[in-house]
Design a protein around this ligand. Structure first.
Ligand SMILES: Nc1ncnc2c1ncn2[C@@H]1O[C@H](COP(=O)(O)OP(=O)(O)OP(=O)(O)O)[C@@H](O)[C@H]1O
Ligand SMILES: [Mg+2]
Length: 475
C-alpha cells in the first residue's frame, strides 16, 4: 500500500548546474514527485511558507540565508519532511549540524547521481512505512476509541484518563451523574477500550423493568419456574459471560435483588430463577445511577455492602453547567451531526453561542443535543443559527455574571501567559473538532495552515490525529 497523494520536493541551490542536475535526477528517477526550485535561502523559505513540501534538498552553503536556516524552517513547518543537505568538500561540521537539526542524510559535493537516488529511495520508503503505521494505528484507535465522547474540560480529561487506565482491569465501575451527562456513552467506552472488547456488552435498565421481571431478565429462569415460564431462558449475566454488563439506574433495584447482585459481585455465581444449579460467570460489571447512592445508603434504601462492592472505581460525570467550557465544542459537534452534509455547514452566531454557554442545562448534554437539533430545523435554509432558533428556556435564562476571562487579580497577571493559554486552548479545540485535520482547524480559526503549525510548535501542542484528547497531556 503506498500513499496516493503526489509528493512535492523543493530543490535549493545557488548554483544553476546543481539545481538543474537535481531537477533532472528527480524527473528521471522519481517522475511521480513534483519539483520546484529556489535559487537562494530566502526564496526557499518563502516557498516553504506558501506550500507544503514532503522533500527538501538544500545546499548548506549559500550567501545571506544559509541552508541550515532553510532546514530549520522546513522542519519547524513540516516535522515529517525528508530533508537532505548538500555540503561542500571539507565542511563536515555543518553536515553534522544539519543531521542534528533533523535532516535525514547529507551528500558531499561532488556527488554521484546514484548516491542521491539511494538516499532518496531509503528516505521515501521509511516515510511511507511510518505513514502506513500511523494510518493503521489511527484506524485501530478509531475502532476502539472514545472519540465520540466530546470534552476538553479538566473533569472530562480526568474521565478519559480513568477510562484508559481501567481498560485492562476487570474492576467494577460505578458511574454517577445527572441525567443526560453521558453515563451510558462512558460505559460503552469502558467496555470497548477493555480487553473484553471483542465480547458482548449487555445493557439493562433496572429502572425500566418491574421487579419480578428484572430478576428473570438478569438471571434467567428454567421451565416451569413460574406460570408462563414455558421454556428455559438465559439471563443477561449469562449472555454477558466473558464480556461486560451495564446495569443502568442501579439505585432503583429492590432489596431482594440487591442481595442477589451482591452475591454475583462477590462470588461471580448465581442460579437461574426456579433452579438450584449454580452457574459461574466471568463478567465485568459497569453500573450507573443518576440517584445519589450514598444518600440512598444513608436512608437505608440501598445496601451499604453492595454500594462498596460497586464503587470500586467511581466515575462522577459532572453536570454540563459545571463544565461550560465544553459547550461550544459539543454544540459544534451536534451542529455537524444535524446539518445536511450536502449543504454548507451552518454557523452558530456568537450571541447564540453565548446563550448556549449561559444556560444551566438541567437535562445536560442530551438537552443540548436536542436543542441544537431543533435550532437546525428552525433555521431552515438560513446558514446561521440565531438566538431566536434556540428553545425559549435557553433564550430567557437569566444571564450569568461569569465571564470566561478572569478579572484583574490584585497581584497582576502575565498577559503573555494568558494569551498563550487561550491560544493553546482554542487551537486544541479546533484540532479536536476537525479530527486532527490541520487545514480545516486552521480555516476554522481564520489562520493559514503554516501559522497554525508554527503556533502548535511554539505552544507545544501535539496533533491529535483523529484522537480523543491525549490522556496524559494537560493543557
Ligand atoms: N461528552 C459527550 N459527547 C458527545 N455526546 C454526548 C456526550 N455526553 C452525552 N452525549 C449524548 O447525550 C445523550 C445522552 O447521553 P447518555 O445516554 O450517555 O446519558 P446518561 O447519563 O446515560 O443519561 P440518563 O441518566 O438519562 O440515562 C446521548 O445522545 C449521547 O450520545
Ligand atoms: Mg443512561
Amino acid at each position: 500500500m503506498s500513499i496516493a497523494k503526489q509528493k512535492q520536493a523543493l530543490l535549493v541551490d545557488d548554483e544553476d548546474p546543481i539545481r538543474q542536475l537535481l531537477t533532472e535526477i528527480f524527473a528521471s528517477e522519481f517522475p511521480e514527485i513534483q519539483t520546484s526550485t529556489a535559487v537562494n535561502g530566502r526564496e526557499a523559505i518563502e516557498k516553504l511558507r506558501q506550500n507544503a513540501y514532503d522533500i527538501l534538498v538544500t545546499d548548506l552553503k549559500m550567501p545571506e540565508v544559509d541552508g541550515l536556516q532553510v532546514l530549520e524552517e522546513a522542519l519547524t513547518l513540516y516535522p515529517d519532511i525528508i530533508a537532505i543537505a548538500i555540503t561542500g568538500y571539507g565542511t563536515i561540521e555543518t553536515a553534522v549540524r544539519a543531521i542534528k537539526l533533523g535532516a535525514f542524510d547529507y551528500l558531499q559535493k561532488p556527488f554521484e547521481v546514484t548516491a542521491l537516488q539511494l538516499i532518496l529511495k531509503r528516505a521515501i520508503e521509511q516515510k511511507e512505512l511510518r505513514e502506513e503505521n500511523l494510518a493503521l494505528r489511527s484506524q485501530l484507535r478509531e475502532r476502539y476509541s472514545f472519540s465520540n465522547i466530546i470534552g476538553l474540560s479538566d473533569p472530562m480529561r480526568k474521565i478519559f484518563d480513568v477510562i484508559s487506565m481501567i481498560g485492562p482491569t476487570p474492576s467494577t465501575v460505578l458511574i454517577t451523574g445527572e441525567t443526560g451527562t453521558g453515563k451510558e456513552l462512558i460505559a460503552r467506552a469502558i467496555h470497548y477500550n477493555s480487553a473484553r472488547r471483542d465480547q458482548k456488552l449487555v445493557s439493562i435498565n433496572c429502572g425500566a423493568i418491574p421487579e419480578n421481571l428484572l430478576e428473570t431478565e438478569l438471571f434467567g429462569h428454567v421451565r416451569g419456574a413460574f406460570t408462563g415460564a414455558h421454556q428455559n431462558r438465559i439471563g443477561k449475566f449469562e449472555q454477558a459471560h466473558r464480556g461486560s454488563i451495564f446495569l443502568d439506574e442501579i439505585g432503583t433495584m429492590s432489596p431482594m435483588l440487591q442481595v442477589k447482585l451482591l452475591r454475583v459481585l462477590q462470588e461471580r455465581e448465581f442460579e437461574r430463577v426456579g433452579d438450584n444449579h449454580t452457574l459461574k460467570v466471568d463478567v465485568r460489571v459497569i453500573a450507573a445511577t443518576s440517584a445519589d447512592l450514598a444518600s440512598l445508603v444513608h436512608e437505608g434504601a440501598f445496601r451499604e455492602d453492595l454500594f462498596y462492592r460497586l464503587n470500586v472505581i467511581p466515575i462522577a460525570v459532572p453536570a454540563l453547567r459545571e463544565r461550560r467550557d465544553d459547550i461550544p465544542l459539543l454544540s459544534q459537534y451536534f451542529l455537524k451531526k444535524f446539518c445536511d452534509p450536502t449543504k454548507e455547514l451552518k454557523v452558530i452566531t456568537q450571541d447564540a453561542m453565548r446563550m448556549l454557554q449561559n444556560y444551566s442545562w438541567p437535562g445536560n448534554v442530551r438537552q443540548l443535543e436536542n436543542s441544537i437539533e431543533r435550532a437546525v430545523a428552525m433555521a431552515g435554509s438560513r446558514t446561521q443559527l440565531h438566538i431566536e432558533d434556540l428553545p425559549l428556556e435557553v433564550q430567557q435564562a437569566p444571564l450569568q455574571a461569569a465571564s470566561p476571562l478572569p478579572g484583574l487579580p490584585e497581584a497582576g497577571l502575565s498577559l503573555d501567559d494568558l494569551v498563550a493559554d487561550t491560544e493553546r486552548r482554542m487551537i486544541s479545540e479546533s484540532l479536536h473538532l476537525h479530527h486532527g485535520n490541520k487545514q480545516k482547524a486552521a480555516d476554522f480559526l481564520r489562520l493559514n495552515r503554516t501559522t497554525l503549525l508554527q503556533k502548535m510548535k511554539r505552544l507545544g501542542i501535539e496533533s491529535p490525529a483523529a484522537l480523543p484528547p491525549a490522556p496524559a497531556k494537560k493543557l
